[in-house]
Design a protein around this ligand. Structure first.
Ligand code: URA
Length: 200
């Protein structure tokens, strides 16, 4: 097994046993799985969503419900397959009632997210929604970290990481487009920004 895969499995095992998480009991009660992430461990582009929904928690895979179908269409629109990228969420367990993740929940799962980035070392991080955008921009201490997603979506924010330059591309969450065609168009337009990073 490759070294990256081994390290990512270690993260999975730790999250599986994360009894200190406020979401652990809820996971156990419903027979859910944590969603660690899926895709290419050498991906140039990592997508970070918020937290698993019900479908994701049942299957243990990210973005496999309605939002995932939008994400698949978006990837396809710039000629990317899921297998080429890595897709994950900051919060690895499903919050009840699909509510927003709390600060406490983000804080407990953030070290795992950070380790995933250190292992995969992407050139581009595309954030899906404001929670992951704020978290990533804060992680890299980007001056834009206090700005709103309405001002930053579709922009390329160049930051420095321990493994070199990383471009952060904030995107709206795919769920915002489900019942809103105008929002859907914005997502597709913003996604085009990623196309410049799709060649090796
Ligand atoms: N929404 C997210 O943020 N992540 C998923 O995996 C699914 C829906």
């Amino acid at each position: 097994m490759g070294e990256k895969t081994e390290k990512l499995r270690q993260i999975r095992d730790e999250v599986l046993n994360l009894t200190t998480s406020p979401l652990y009991a809820f996971r156990k009660q419903h027979g859910y799985f944590p969603v660690i992430g899926q895709g290419n461990h050498d991906a140039h582009i990592v997508f970070i969503g918020e937290a698993p929904g019900e479908n994701e928690a049942k299957q243990g895979r990210p973005f496999c419900g309605a939002s995932g179908r939008v994400l698949d269409e978006l990837l396809q629109s710039i000629g990317l397959a899921r297998e080429q990228v890595y897709i994950t969420n900051i919060v690895k367990d499903r919050p009840p009632d699909n509510r927003d993740p709390s600060k406490e929940e983000i804080d407990i799962y953030a070290p795992f997210m950070q380790r995933q980035l250190d292992i995969i070392q992407p050139r581009v991080i595309a954030t899906l929604g404001r929670f992951s955008m704020e978290w990533v921009l804060t992680l890299f201490n980007a001056p834009e970290r206090t700005k709103k997603i309405s001002a930053l979506h579709g922009k390329v924010i160049r930051t420095q990481s321990s493994w070199g330059e990383v471009a952060v591309v904030p995107l709206f969450h795919p769920a915002t487009s489900l019942y809103n065609p105008a929002q859907r168009q914005i997502l597709f337009d913003d996604f085009l920004v990623l196309k410049q990073f799709t060649t090796p």
